[in-house]
Design a binder for this molecule. Structure first.
Ligand code: MIC
Ligand code: SF4
Length: 621
């Protein structure tokens, strides 16, 4: 396989979570396949957990019905966060996983190729289609040495992010190798692989070794272990080296995960809130260290400390050994085993509040409070700061407690529902679950105004925010489309509709962050025809193509300056050539733009999106 060439990847496992899952299954149902064709497909409910009205529970019920009908394992609400549960119970070295969530690469900690994608690509995989993607180059991250006390896996990935930035991993697989790897347990590797997503990487991967075997043994799955490692003479496109012994406690400052400095540089800043959890730092390993550090300590009077365990298994194991007690006694607010505050589902910080979180994203407004200052830290730094009430280097806590994972985890899988596909299963669609919109084939010319011009690193949270109000509309495209860009420009949706659609102009790394395909589908619904950007984040670009929105880049990035909101544009797209000429009629100029699509992607945009293309293929058969 040659980096840059189109490849197809056979997918063994798929996973979805509720807020991307409802669309993914509506799309899957539209494909007309009687049952999933993968080895294993899983549907988790972990994001939209609040049941303020009928909408979220209706989605859960729909997902449970679909799972029973098509032979998908269903993880009930309350069981835990998809990536943690998958790592514990289903991840297997040597397999491929495609998940409709950007942090799917967590399973790279188990020696898998695990990739995040939009729901439509996951639906296609469930229908037996391979994943089409550009072969990434391999960036070797060499780990040497051993972590010092109070420094943990989160600090390692923050170090990597500091070097690579939020776009340095674009079209790359981060492969961790070197003698430092064996010092890390599977959950620690999971933390590192999880947050590789923030570098823009396609995925991250670790070898499968004795440490992997020990974890699988603890989960009573040793028979699923195989050894997997790089060849001795393996060559990497480029390498980065991290001496684990030299990594210090690190912190990402607001509002970007790559805004990383040493904790010691910002020590003393008063803290209002500390949140421990998320798919990055909620494993049993993390909760054990939190428990040991909180033992006989009290949360500072000015701090609200929340803890969201990653899984019921982690919580149960903690309870079994008495390690839950210190969390309760410290005054921590123990939340449900779910994403929770990570995606703004509850626990918004105070106005201008300082919130330290063990999560992976700190994009502006994601916490639910627009002017909050969200910092990203390790569990160790989180606890130290929760106790003192100010940002604190955890090395000041004294002696680092020794913790180890159990040789045999307490297991109970009774919140997973296993079903063989049953055509008689009852799929109930509540009134908020609306049919998928359908779109016309691509016309010969795209015309319209620049509806909005934005800067660099616009995240999908900027395009379509999270939070309880908006996330409850994930199964309702007409309604959710009203919120597109609402935090940047509250009139965007009405303007787009009034103008009959148009264009968006963006800077570098447009669409970074999550896999939510709504950030492409809802703009399409509003009539957005193309996005012109200096560069795109991988998953979002694939989502744009899947819904027939052209992702165009500038031949010369200086042309970004020659486009303004309100300019009338005209683009002839009959031939979908790699170089196209965009006419800016308002300014009377022509701009060369680039459309790099494979022949398959061209077919998709011509048909008006991937679903239309799949249906057309079926009719031809
Ligand atoms: C996120 O962390 O932003 C989410 C919420 O998990 C998203 C998925 C979604 O928007 O539903 C992701 O990372 O893909
Ligand atoms: Fe959930 Fe946050 Fe992880 Fe997304 S990043 S899957 S919202 S815990």
């Amino acid at each position: 396989m040659v980096p840059g060439e189109q490849i197809t990847l056979k997918i063994d496992h798929t996973l979805t979570q509720d807020t991307t899952g409802t669309l993914a299954y509506l799309e899957f149902e539209a494909m007309g396949v009687p049952k999933v064709k993968t080895q294993l497909s899983l549907s988790f409910v972990d994001h939209n957990m609040l049941q303020n009205d009928f909408r979220n529970p209706d989605d859960h019920r729909y997902l449970q019905g679909v799972a029973a009908k098509y032979g998908i394992v269903f993880s009930r609400p309350g069981n835990g966060i998809c990536h943690q549960l998958y790592l514990e119970r289903f991840a297997r070295p040597g397999l491929t996983l495609l998940g409709s969530d950007s942090h799917t690469p967590t399973a790279g900690g188990m020696g898998m190729i695990a990739i995040g994608a939009g729901g439509l690509d996951v639906a296609a995989a469930m229908a037996g289609e391979p994943l089409y993607l550009e072969m990434p180059s391999i960036l070797g991250v060499k780990l040497t040495g051993k972590l010092s006390p109070f420094v943990s896996a989160k600090d390692v990935i923050l170090q990597v992010l500091k070097e690579l930035t939020v776009k340095g991993g674009f079209n790359k697989v981060l492969e961790y190798y070197g003698s430092g790897v064996e010092t890390l347990s599977v959950p620690e590797r999971g933390t590192i692989a999880n947050m590789g997503t923030e570098t823009g990487a396609t995925t991250s991967v670790f070898a499968s070794d004795e440490s992997t075997r020990a974890f699988l043994r603890g989960q009573r799955r040793e028979n699923q272990w195989i050894e997997l490692k790089a060849d001795d003479d393996a060559e990497y496109g480029e390498t980065v080296e991290v001496d684990l012994g030299r990594v210090e406690p690190l912190i990402a400052l607001p509002n970007s995960p790559d805004n990383v400095v040493a904790v010691s540089e910002v020590e003393g800043t008063p803290v209002d809130q500390v949140c421990i959890g998320s798919c990055t730092n909620s494993s049993l390993r993390d909760l054990k260290i939190v428990s040991a550090l909180l033992k006989d300590k009290k949360v500072n009077d000015n701090v609200s400390l929340t803890i969201s365990p990653g899984s019921r298994q982690a919580l149960e194991n903690l309870a079994a050994t008495g390690e839950l007690e210190p969390l309760i006694q410290s005054g921590a607010r123990i939340l449900e085993n779910a994403c929770g505050p990570c995606i703004g589902i509850g626990q918004a910080p105070t106005s201008e509040g300082v919130s330290l979180r063990t999560f992976n994203c700190n994009f502006k407004g994601r916490s639910g409070t627009q002017d909050a200052k969200v910092y990203l830290v390790s569990p160790e730094t989180a606890v130290a700061s929760a106790i003192t009430g100010k940002i604190t280097d955890p090395r000041k806590l004294g002696k680092y407690p020794q913790i180890s994972l159990p040789e045999a985890f307490v297991l109970s899988d009774n919140m997973f529902i296993y079903s063989t596909a049953r055509t008689t299963a009852h799929v109930v669609m509540g009134p908020n679950i609306k049919p998928l919109p359908s779109f016309k084939p691509l016309p010969k010319a795209l015309t319209g105004e620049v509806l909005l011009k934005v800067g660099d690193n616009i995240s999908t949270d900027d395009i379509l925010p999270g939070g309880t109000e908006i996330m409850a509309l994930r199964s309702n495209i007409p309604e959710i489309s009203k919120y597109i860009f609402c935090r940047l420009d509250k009139d965007f949706a009405s303007r787009a509709l009034q103008k009959g659609g148009g264009f968006i102009v963006g800077g570098e790394n447009y669409g970074q962050g999550s896999a939510r395909e709504h950030a492409a589908l809802a703009p399409k619904y509003l009539g957005v025809k193309a996005v012109l950007a200096k560069s795109f984040a991988r998953i979002h670009m694939a989502n744009l193509v899947n819904f027939g929105v052209l992702p165009l880049t500038f031949k010369d990035n200086r042309d970004y300056l020659r486009l303004d909101q309100g300019d009338a544009l005209d683009l002839q797209v009959e031939n979908l050539d790699e170089r196209l000429l965009l006419k800016n009629q308002t300014k009377g100029i022509k701009i060369e733009v680039v459309l790099s699509l494979s022949s398959l992607e061209k077919e998709i945009v011509k048909a008006g999106g991937k679903l239309a293309a799949i249906k057309a293929k079926q009719t031809r058969k």
